[in-house]
Every structure is written in C-alpha cells, then in structure tokens.
Write a protein that binds this ligand. Sequence first.
Ligand code: A5P
Length: 231
Amino acid sequence: LSGSDADSARRAAAAAAAAEVENGMVLGLGTGRTAALALHALAARIAREGLRVVGIPTSDRTAALARELGIALGDFAQHRSIDLTIDGADEVERGTLDLIKGLGGALLREKIVAAASRRLTIVVDEGKLSDRLGTLAPVPVEIVPFGHELVLDRLAGLGGAPVLRRGEAGAPFVTDGGHYIADCRFGPIGDAAGLDQRLAGLVGVVESGLFLGMAARVIVGSADGTRMLDR
Ligand code: A5P
C-alpha cells in the first residue's frame, strides 16, 4: 500500500470502529495515527447524531486532540470501568489477536485503559498483521529511569537486544508517566505469555508492550476494504 492508500484504508477501518460506539458509553481513547482517525470519526458521529459519550484518554496527546474535537473527557475517579476502547497497535498476531503496542510511547496508559475495558477494538492496516508476534515490531518495555542501565542489561540477558528510545535531541524519550522505553527485538516470540511474565519479573520494569488476550476485535483496513477479525 502506498502512503495515501494506507491512509484511506486506515480511515475506513477507523470509521468501522467508531460505528461500535453507542449512546452513553464510557470510552477508552487510544493513541497514534489510527486512533486519531477513530477520534475524528467519533467526533463526526457526535456532531451528526448527538451521541453522548465520555472518553478516558491514553495519552496527553490524545487528551488534547479530544478536547479540540469537542469530545467530553473523564477519568477513573468518575468511571471505574470502560465500555469500549478503540486503539491502534504496532503488530497483531493473526490467530490469537495478541498485540505489540507502544511504538507511540503510550503503552502504560494504553494497557491500564485496555485492562479496565469490557471490550477492546483495535484498528490497523494489513501491514501490521503477522503469523508470530515479534516478527515485525520490537517489544517496547517501559522502565524506570533510576537504574535503567541495570534493566537494559537484564533485558539483553533475556535476548531482547534492548535499545533505549531517544527523542529528537538525542536525550532519552520520556513517557507521559515520566519513564523511559527500551525497544527490545526478541525476533518471532514462541511463548509470549512466558516472556511477558519474565519481563514483569524484572525490577525496574513498569510494563511491557505485549497485550495478550486483550483484543476482542481487530479491524483491518486494506486496499480491498475493511475486514473484522474476532476472538
Ligand atoms: C501507542 O503507544 C501505540 O501503542 C499505538 O497504538 C501504535 O503505535 C499504533 O500507532 P499508529 O496507528 O500510528 O501506527
């Protein structure tokens, strides 16, 4: 897919996700280009149909966009559970709908929101699909800045070939939560659940970008149209 084809495929898929929204829902608002397209589609439905919803954003960036689009925002103080979260992903394993997320840097809040959601709908273009997680994307791992050198050594010990993510000026990239991210290339991952546990067991690791068993539906945009993969 060329850039603009991929864009329109993503836009159609994002609109299909926004079509799942019902009046009165508490929504999790994802982060990234595709999630932004879904926000635009949602804002259009709000304007057209007078839909009343409240969104819990997964990043400061998404909160700002939602405000711009006139989507009401809430938080966990008011809402302990989310009806539906719409988000993007960096890689989707075809059979399981397991995900890698976090190339946009928002994985921690995305995972908190996903875990609080009764339903998680993911929107991707078909270039994000693989037969084995880890084939396309590195696994982003959010880590605490203090002692991050030690965590990078441990991640290397797990075979992740970690690279500390850096911002434009070359300084470490800092997440909304004030953490760093190590991008880990494990290659195709045979036992994602086992890896997830090993990562969670490392002191200094906050969360990994492995989202296992969380997505109920993946909406795939391609040049041939929009396809739904359901778990
Ligand atoms: C943000 O942290 C990520 O998990 C995004 O959901 C992911 O990077 C997808 O972004 P795009 O839709 O921009 O590819």
